[in-house]
Design a protein around this ligand. Structure first.
Ligand code: AMP
Length: 113
């Protein structure tokens, strides 16, 4: 069986991390190495290795992840000031955890990409 991802370990409370949001399909944590004052990871409980592995069956889940990020941005008061959502996929994007996660980044003026 494939090794558990860090996120599965956090979800199973095998690794300590404050879960700032949780529902039946999705949870969110603060990134341990934030690149901005607000850096949250929105994570599906279902382990999908990369965005390449997302299927049509996951369309609702992906949509709910975006809506969760939208809600968290509002709760964190950065919806109007602005934020960036991003998914890293594989080596060139420097994906390090092979369990998809949506980065929600904001709370400061970000550099253009
Ligand atoms: P990525 O490079 O897109 O795979 O992003 C993985 C992210 O997970 C990085 O921004 C890391 O800082 C973050 N990370 C790694 N371990 C933990 C942890 N235990 N708790 C919270 N965030 C973590």
């Amino acid at each position: 069986m494939e090794e558990k991802s860090i996120f599965e370990m956090i979800l199973n409370r095998e690794i300590e991390s404050e879960i700032i949001y949780e529902d039946k399909e999705i949870f969110a944590i603060n990134d341990i190495n934030p690149v901005a004052p607000i850096h949250v990871l929105v994570i599906p409980k279902k382990k999908i290795r990369t965005i390449n592995d997302v299927s049509k069956d996951d369309a609702m889940l992906i949509g709910r992840m975006v809506l969760t990020a939208q809600k968290l941005a509002e709760n964190l008061n950065i919806d109007e000031s602005g934020y960036r959502l991003l998914w890293n996929t594989n080596k060139d994007a420097m994906q390090t955890i092979f369990h998809i996660h949506l980065h929600l980044i904001g709370g400061t003026q970000l550099k253009a990409i």
